[in-house]
Design a protein around this ligand. Structure first.
Ligand code: NAD
Ligand code: UD1
Length: 357
């Protein structure tokens, strides 16, 4: 029986891949919302410094609620160690590989990491009786949508091995929940996350040449790359370049808090998918112009042929997330570019020191 006057224990969340781009921003918001957070990450695409900076932004008191484990989801011993030490109320599962081109070249690496890692996670969540999960899916599961905006009940399609891991993992989640109704699973389909925390202390730090538009623009702005290749200028859009739904990473982080609250309060949530996007589309050339305005930097660009596999226009229907999660994106492209530039200008080499010349 609860004794009046006693503080309720904070809920404890395991965040896989919590040292990564979306993970760090979400962990920060979780701490601010009073959750206790354990991160497991193998630092394959991140550095521990990112977690230290989350601690720095959160301050010493909230940071006491954050623990970091260096571990790999493919390694069951790592999972045993973390699950046997802490009782988790829910898991937010970010850990995975995400580069589309690399997934085409190394499909087995993607199937191994993304699928095996997630199957192991289900095994240990089941073993330790934690049956609530928020899973990072992607707008990639809509393939090249025939209609826009993308609505959650559209037929899904994978375009490459990375997309296929997301599609399979969505289907696996449905099967796991169908077989055992104690599970509550929310699949979040992110559109194009960009921007950074307003402090400029955490942000996206891709290894090698970036594949995605905004990290590429950012590296042109700080002089690491000479020119942006704009892929496609003959799309049937107002300026000929392709349209996407860019969403501020802090909005995305808040979407995870809304999803967690939904999991905790909705017994019959089952396994449900929600889009996390703004609902409005912006072209590549509009993003270039918005970034130039926010940074005061000229971004030289070259008009190039279309990138194979790219869709003309992709943006989200946001109705379901708004109605059922009570969540809606707050920020527009101006704030996204402002915060992206704040991160870039303060950390031109990301979390790494500048190379010695
Ligand atoms: P990220 O690479 O920055 O973060 C993923 C983290 O997972 C990294 O820190 C990496 O080291 C870790 N990781 C990978 N495999 C692991 C394993 N086997 N064990 C432990 N840790 C492991 O990527 P992100 O942009 O933060 O994306 C997070 C999730 O969201 C991914 O699942 C990604 O597919 C999905 N997603 C991202 C985007 C995007 O544009 N960033 C869009 C849609 C979906
Ligand atoms: C890509 C992935 C998608 C993944 C998402 C987030 C593909 C086909 N899709 O989406 O599966 O979930 O990233 O990681 O790779 N662009 C340029 N120049 C560049 C880079 C991009 O013009 O240097 C254009 C692209 O052609 C596209 C737009 O910018 O029209 C956005 O590209 P990107 O940031 O890579 O995201 P998506 O292609 O939407």
């Amino acid at each position: 029986m609860a004794v009046e006057g006693l503080q309720k224990e904070p809920q404890s969340i395991l965040v896989t891949g919590g040292a990564g781009f979306i993970g760090t921003h979400t962990v920060l918001q979780l701490l601010k919302e009073g959750f206790r957070v354990s991160v497991i990450d193998n630092l394959d695409n991140s550095v521990e410094e990112a977690v230290d900076r989350v601690r720095e932004i959160a301050g010493p008191e909230l940071s006491r609620n954050l623990t970091f484990f260096l571990g790999d989801l493919r390694n069951k011993e790592d999972l045993e160690k973390i699950f046997s030490q802490t009782r988790f109320d829910a898991v937010i599962h970010f850990a995975g590989l995400k580069a589309v081109g690399e997934s085409v070249a190394k499909p087995m690496l993607y199937y191994n990491n993304n699928l095996i890692g997630t199957l192991n996670l289900y095994e240990f969540m089941t073993k330790y009786g934690c049956k609530k999960m928020v899973f990072s899916s992607s707008a990639t599961v809509y393939g090249q949508p025939e209609k826009i905006p993308c609505v959650e009940d559209f037929q899904l399609k994978a375009m490459n091995p990375y997309g296929r891991t997301k599609l399979f993992l969505e289907e696996i989640a449905q099967d796991v929940q169908k077989a055992d109704q104690e599970w509550r699973i929310i699949l979040l389909r992110y559109f194009n996350p960009i921007g950074a925390h307003e402090s400029g202390r955490i942000g996206e730090d891709p290894k090698g040449i970036p594949n995605n538009l905004m990290p590429y623009i950012q590296q042109v702005a700080v002089g690491r790359l000479p020119v942006l290749n704009v892929y496609g200028h003959d799309y049937p859009t107002k300026d000929g370049s392709a349209i996407r739904d860019y969403i501020h990473v802090m909005d995305l982080a808040d979407g995870h808090i809304a999803a967690l609250r939904k999991l905790f309060t909705t017994e019959d949530i089952g396994c449900t998918a929600y889009n996390l996007g703004t609902g409005s589309g912006t072209s590549v050339l509009e993003m270039v112009a918005a970034f130039e305005k926010a940074s005061g930097k000229k971004i030289p660009f070259k008009l190039c042929p279309r990138r194979p596999g790219d869709a003309t226009a992709v943006y989200a229907s946001t109705e379901k997330a708004h109605k059922e999660l009570g969540w809606r994106a707050k920020y527009g492209t101006e704030e996204m570019c402002r915060d992206q530039w704040n991160w870039a200008s303060n950390n031109p080499w990301g979390y790494r020191p500048p190379p010695q010349s």
